[in-house]
Design a protein around this ligand. Sequence first.
Ligand SMILES: [Fe+2]
Length: 134
Amino acid sequence: MVWKDSLSVGIELIDSEHKELIRAVNELFDACMHGKGRAKISETVTFVEDYTVKHFGDEEKLQKEYKYPDYPAHHQLHQTFVNDLKSYKAQLEKDGPTVQLVAKFNTFVSTWLIKHISVEDKKIGVYIRSIEKK
Ligand SMILES: [Fe+2]
């Protein structure tokens, strides 16, 4: 995963938190390239789980401050991600870090992040800037 300016939502705090999430996922990709994905996945899942508490919290606080009209739907998207992450964690605890699980998690987390940032989070940036101009 590569951070590109096209992923910027135009809010410094949110961009820096997105970069941190992408960095963590890239560390897992790197580990996979070196045959160490199975040893690394648990650390990555735990990191993403902990970090999204802060990140989704910051993002939702902004949405509430600016009375973002799509806040309930956005909150729901975050909640679904949190639940999916929980089920990965449960699978990891049940079956251990299988190659299949690592591959599935890589696809899930990278696809979700890119899509969520470039579609949903961008809308927040656009909305906040439109308010600030008034
Ligand atoms: Fe978001």
